[in-house]
Design a protein around this ligand. Structure first.
Ligand SMILES: C[S@@+](CC[C@H](N)C(=O)[O-])C[C@H]1O[C@@H](n2cnc3c(N)ncnc32)[C@H](O)[C@@H]1O
Length: 302
């Protein structure tokens, strides 16, 4: 733990409560327009990516997909029609999502979107990656695996990465998106890692690259996904924070009620760093815009 670190018990890791986490994340999605940015990226990049896949499957075969931490499904289900249209007409997708409420949202969305998702069979698993991993059969393999902003929660990154890579068929693709280590959000998380001590793991793309190096896993391509978040509402005094301000602050610090529970000195340091030009830009009318850009890592199994 660094000199500035606060004892970890003063801040509750909000991932321990998936309910709370997912309510926070809804606010983050709305304010950052993350879903739109990801959807645009998928519609632009997935057709080319799917075209580049060298998979030989008979007409009667099935393209197997694994989605880790599918969330409400908006992003994860969007890749599937591209794979169906470009790679193989029969797709079977295992969707892993541990949080019951989010899992049901995902099922509802897929139900509503069924005309767009024709030819795609869903295998629903309300479980964590770790639970899936402990029960999956050795012979279960996938042509496409996606972890859209979920690799943070799968435990030891090197071990998860090796497992997911080994689960690919030859010619398959592992797609991982996460916060870019160079972005303001990435720098902010590295700052928090130091300030809060090692009890919290704020993974960024730097950690993924290091894990790939250690595991001898080659990265084929990295693509940027620009995400900018107006975090001005996080700077109100703790008692005056709006609901958005509180949830947003909790999402980016990955804590429960950070404003009220963090020591005053730590809160000041964190907010000061958040608005610094390492992380954010300030608009002419004083809005603080955090650069929360992500990177998409494309890993192919030869
Ligand atoms: C940042 S959200 C991303 C959701 C979705 N993939 C998207 O991009 O919109 C992370 C998701 O991972 C789920 N999650 C949390 N812990 C997990 C675990 N151990 N295994 C799999 N998923 C997990 C959360 O419930 C949440 O829905």
């Amino acid at each position: 733990m660094s000199e500035n670190a606060v004892p970890s018990q003063t801040l509750t890791e909000y991932c321990n409560s998936l309910d709370y986490y997912n309510v926070n994340f809804d606010v983050y999605n709305r304010v950052s327009q993350r879903i739109n940015r990801f959807s645009d990226w998928i519609d632009k990049s997935l057709p080319k990516l799917a075209d580049s896949m060298e998979i030989s499957l008979p007409a009667t075969g099935t393209l197997n997909v694994l989605s880790v931490g599918a969330g409400n499904g908006t992003i994860d289900s969007r890749i599937l029609p591209h794979l169906r249209d470009k790679v193989h007409p029969n797709v079977r997708a295992i969707f892993l999502e541990p949080d019951l409420h989010t899992f049901q949202q995902c099922q509802n969305l897929v139900g509503k979107e069924s005309p767009r998702l024709q030819g795609i069979e869903f295998d629903w698993r309300q479980q964590t990656f770790q639970e899936y991993r402990s029960t999956a059969k050795e012979e279960d393999k996938f042509h496409f695996i996606c972890c859209f902003n979920s690799i943070y929660y799968t435990g030891d990154m090197g071990s998860s990465l090796r497992y997911l890579y080994d689960k690919l068929h030859s010619g398959g693709i592992l797609l991982i998106t996460l916060v870019d280590g160079k972005s303001g959000g990435g720098q902010f998380w590295q700052f928090l890692n130091t300030s809060l001590g090692q009890e919290k793991d704020f993974f960024t793309s730097f950690d993924l690259e290091e894990a790939c190096r250690k595991q001898n896993i080659m990265i084929s391509e990295v693509q940027p996904i620009g995400i900018y978040v107006n975090v001005s509402c996080c700077f109100d005094p703790p008692q005056e924070l709006t609901e958005d301000g509180r949830y947003l602050l909790d999402t980016i610090t990955r804590s429960v009620n950070f404003a009220q529970t963090a020591a005053a000195e730590l809160r000041k340091d964190v907010l000061r760093f958040l608005r610094s030009d390492t992380c954010s830009s300030i608009t002419a009318d004083g809005q603080v815009i955090l650069d929360g850009s992500n990177s998409a890592y494309i890993i192919r199994r030869p």
